[in-house]
Design a protein. Structure first.
Length: 251
């Protein structure tokens, strides 16, 4: 245990040194960082996921077949987001953003917790649950604390209001993705936090766009990229990121 602690300290020190010499940093976050705020990971969010296939709850086809079922699940998630608060990992990333002139936070999460923590340069790769949009005319509607009433799914234009989420089988928003690709290409340090690194194309930002960047993973478990990167820190975002911020201080 002592040897493991010493190894972790050494790796944190190495990462801090890299950060101190860097002008451009990219952070990629996944469900793990929000799990520390009490939000279950995507596949664990609510009972509906356990009794329905992914195609029924997170695809356009499933939505069109049964929009009430899909909105029932997203309203459940929206309620969970309302109760959640940013944790120390979210707060540390907001602090890191202040240290660098070029800091981009790419997230696969749709819970808006990074904004609540104070981060501003955030690219939401998979959309967010702050709005719904019409499948036909594109009209937007802000979602309340309880999501969307089921009797208001149909839009007057003939379309249906859907969550502003990128579903399985759908492409990412091109403007957002181009910004993410550019940030990954110029980054000198890439932080991969709380993500299994298996959901593409988001996972590609960690390893496919920049062969010279120093890539560090912060995750309590081994992932698909653990053996191929420069630095692995076994711990949660709330445990590890504040240590990095503290080691970088003062600004």
């Amino acid at each position: 245990m002592e040897n493991q602690a010493a190894l972790t300290r050494n790796r944190v020190d190495q990462l801090v040194q890299r950060l101190r010499g860097s002008r451009s940093v990219l952070a990629l976050t996944g469900a793990g960082i929000s799990a520390e705020s009490g939000l279950p990971t995507f596949r664990g969010a609510g009972g509906l996921w356990r009794t329905h296939r992914v195609e029924e709850l997170a695809s356009f086809e499933g939505f069109w077949r049964n929009p009430a079922l899909v909105w029932s699940w997203y309203n459940e998630r929206k309620a969970a987001h309302r109760r959640a608060r940013p944790n120390a990992g979210h707060a540390a990333l907001a602090q890191l953003e202040k240290r660098f002139g070029d800091f981009t936070l790419c997230t696969q999460n749709v819970d808006s917790l990074h904004f609540a923590a104070g981060s501003r340069n955030v690219l939401e790769l998979h959309g967010h649950l702050r709005e719904a949009r019409c499948t036909h005319c594109g009209a937007r509607r802000e979602l309340g604390e309880s999501g969307l009433p089921l009797d208001e799914i149909d839009h007057p234009c003939g379309g249906r209001m859907r969550p502003n989420i990128v579903w399985f089988g759908e492409p990412l928003l091109q403007a957002t993705w181009r910004q993410a690709e550019a940030a990954a290409s110029r980054a000198e340090v890439i932080l991969v936090i709380g993500t299994s690194a298996v959901v593409y194309p988001a996972a590609a930002l960690a390893t496919r766009y920049n062969r010279s960047a120093y890539v560090a993973e912060i995750n309590p478990e081994e992932t698909a990229i653990s053996e191929r990167i420069d630095c692995v820190l076994r711990g949660t975002a709330a445990e590890v990121l504040p240590r990095i911020v503290e080691a970088l201080s003062p600004i």
